[in-house]
Design a protein around this ligand. Structure first.
Ligand SMILES: C[S@@+](CC[C@H](N)C(=O)[O-])C[C@H]1O[C@@H](n2cnc3c(N)ncnc32)[C@H](O)[C@@H]1O
Length: 352
């Protein structure tokens, strides 16, 4: 159970929902409705109640709950979906009242685990930066990897700044708008991966129908391309799952680090993870990430909630890179990685 004042604040101040007209409207609806806030407060501590409540409702609609609210969801109603109007909020409130028990049950058991395959570019970028610096095999760690889809960043096809890179034959197609790709390292030149491991509080099981349905429900109703990308990646990764260790990175970071071959460079990545760590635990989370550098040179990439303005003037989030020399912001990107604008430090002195 979360504090209701904090929950109201989360709905009032939520950012980054711009690509979902439906959720953008519902944020304001929930923020002003005491019953909806009480329901959203059933979200597990530390989890963002916005993503959690919207995910739970979407899950029930995708599972076939018959209700007029479904008419507003393109993921359910398709092209015939109703545009957001004055009846959307009341329909959402009625649905939540009618389905409060299953919604509360989902909120009490599920985590916000949106595995956005588009963000695999961050890991691939890290690999390419390491390869540019040295030819040694590397270890890869993703903290908060959800189902581990982005740990397979080397298996996907990308179009980055208009140029194809990666495994062109992959069913997983990732297109990222990059206005000036000249600052990027060669994304087709990757080091050998000596070991890859993910850490997650509760990794979804890609062989479990319900876990897959929850991951699908976390994709916003309008984002049909993201949903198709997710399904394709789940099929690729289910056929060859990476090593994913269940637990809190703060507690299991050190033991997992100890399993990596000593001396090899290690790339540690987290995207949209630290934002879901309770604020009081973030220093311990940061220390657990830094500890991966104890037995080998560390490059740490993070795309979280560092709000910045990109060179083109659009708002995004900073992509930070940290090694023994310190921390630099190497790009500003959209939170869903629809676009990425590299900054000059991307091309600076070799990493590590
Ligand atoms: C929003 S998802 C992002 C998943 C993935 N990084 C991506 O960008 O697609 C955040 C993930 O971080 C995990 N997580 C949050 N706090 C964590 C912690 N302290 N230790 C390990 N995993 C954590 C959650 O379980 C969830 O799967």
């Amino acid at each position: 159970m979360q504090d209701i004042g904090d929950v109201a604040e989360a709905f009032r101040t939520a950012r980054g929902f711009g690509s979902s007209p439906l959720y953008s409207r519902l944020l304001a609806v929930v923020a002003e409705d005491r019953s909806l806030l009480e329901l959203a407060a059933r979200t597990r501590p530390g989890q963002q109640p916005t993503f959690a409540l919207f995910g739970a409702v979407h899950y029930l609609l995708l599972a076939g709950a018959r209700d007029p609210l479904a008419e507003y969801y393109p993921s359910v109603a398709g092209a015939a979906a109703r545009p957001v109007d004055g009846c959307t909020g009341p329909a959402f409130a009625r649905f939540c009242a009618a389905y409060s028990d299953p919604i509360a049950s989902l909120l009490g058991t599920r985590l916000v685990q949106t595995n956005h395959v588009q963000r695999a570019l961050v890991l691939r970028l890290g690999l390419a930066l390491l390869r540019r610096a040295a030819s040694a095999p590397v270890c890869v760690v993703e903290v908060g990897c959800s189902a581990g889809l982005n740990l397979r960043a080397d298996r996907y096809a990308y179009t980055v700044g208009g140029a194809p890179v990666g495994d062109r034959s992959s069913p997983v197609q990732i297109k990222v708008e990059v206005p000036d790709a000249s600052l990027l390292p060669d994304l087709d030149r990757l080091p050998e991966i000596a070991d890859a491991v993910g850490i997650d509080l509760a990794p979804p099981d890609l062989t479990d129908t319900d876990d897959r349905a929850w991951l699908r429900a976390l994709v916003w109703p309008e984002n049909s391309h993201q949903a198709a990308q997710l399904q394709a990646a789940m099929a690729v990764v289910a056929a060859d799952t990476p090593r994913v260790v269940a637990g809190n990175a703060i507690e299991i970071g050190h033991p997992v680090a100890a399993t990596l071959p000593p001396g090899l460079p290690r790339l540690v990545v987290h995207t949209a993870t630290r934002i879901h760590v309770p604020a009081k635990d973030r220093p311990a989370f940061d220390a657990a990430v830094a500890a991966f550098g104890a037995d080998g040179p560390l490059l740490h990439l993070a795309l979280e909630d560092d709000q910045l303005v990109a060179p083109s003037g659009r708002s995004g989030f900073g992509l930070s890179a940290t090694d023994a020399r310190g921390s630099r912001t190497i790009a500003v990107a959209d939170g869903h990685l629809a676009w990425l604008e590299p900054l000059p430090p991307m091309n600076g002195t070799p990493w590590l």
